[in-house]
Ligand binder design. Structure first.
Ligand code: GUN
Length: 291
């Protein structure tokens, strides 16, 4: 029976560290970090994610500024809102919740966010630094996955890692972070031939597709570490991962639950990125928390 990678518990201890640090920094600088969250429209999944991010910020004593624009907002209105946050000297981090409504150019919006305030790590400058191996803002979910592995004492170096999914938010960046830690990395996707043969090679399997049940127990190497990034809300109102959890836990060595695995780690990393931006604003130096 697989051991559980408990993202909820690990993220709680990371957040506790951030909460204390925020208080210490406030005593020194008389200010707290501030995170601006921009949401356009009212997609239920996006609203729920934003709610969790804002609640975490509030709990940690991080100021939060929510900018809500209607579904009908024009691209220019979104860009104007971002420009005003870029220019606001009291805002440390800016996050634009994705996806954006149709008709708004996502790339243009991501590029509009000042890369120094880009707590998502999506700006081309941060993406470039990620691939060059620099000390940049790392995207939250990939960073959270690496922290989950590290905090659980899982060896990465020299092991075979397979990432299923090639998104800019998770698949591609987590593959690079695993590569940086000397894993031998394969990126598979919906068009990969004989996906099971590929995933069965994995000592560390990361699935970030968003298709419930697509990773079945027979696709998992016995003893493998299984990281499930999928979060699809079912008709039952519950969140479902990509992995057939009950069967997979009989085969895997370690496994993340959904919910309570990767999701809370993403939020903790967003808070950490915001804290890093704040420390940089206060000291003019990189915080060096980035792992
Ligand atoms: N939509 C799904 N995941 C994310 C994320 O990590 N950041 C933002 N901004 N939007 C998302």
């Amino acid at each position: 029976m697989a051991k559980i990678l408990d993202g909820k518990a690990i993220s709680a201890s990371i957040k506790e560290g951030i909460r204390v640090r925020v208080q210490e920094l406030e005593a020194i600088y008389g200010q707290r970090p501030a995170l601006a969250v921009v949401i356009v429209g009212s997609d239920p999944a996006s609203c729920s994610y934003v709610h969790s991010k804002v609640a975490a910020a509030e709990y940690l004593g991080i100021h939060n500024l929510q900018v809500e624009l209607p579904e009908t907002a024009s691209e220019q209105e979104v860009l104007d809102a971002i420009r005003s946050l870029n220019e606001n000297r009291n805002v440390d981090g800016i996050l634009v919740q994705l996806p954006l409504p149709r008709g708004i150019d996502e790339e243009k919006v991501i590029e509009a966010v000042s890369y120094e305030k880009d707590v998502d790590g999506f700006h081309p400058m941060n993406v470039a630094h990620l691939w060059m191996g620099g000390k940049n803002m790392k995207p939250c979910t990939p960073k959270g996955i690496m922290r989950l592995l590290d905090e659980s004492g899982i060896e990465i170096s020299g092991r075979r890692a397979v990432v299923v999914g090639r998104s800019n938010i998770v698949g591609k960046p987590v593959a690079k972070l695993l590569l940086d830690r000397n894993a031998t990395v394969t990126i598979a996707h919906s068009r990969s031939a004989d996906l099971g043969a590929v995933t069965r090679e994995a000592d560390i399997l990361v699935s970030a597709v968003g298709r419930p049940g697509m990773i079945t127990a027979d696709m998992i190497k016995p003893g493998a570490v299984v990281i499930d990034v999928g979060t699809t809300r079912g008709e039952d109102g519950k969140l479902h991962g990509d992995v057939d959890f009950e069967a997979a836990r009989e085969v895997a060595g370690w496994i993340t639950p959904v919910p309570g695995g990767v999701g809370p780690m993403t939020i903790a990393m967003l808070m950490e990125n915001t804290l890093e931006c704040f420390i940089e604003r206060m000291t003019g130096e990189k915080a060096g928390i980035v792992k």
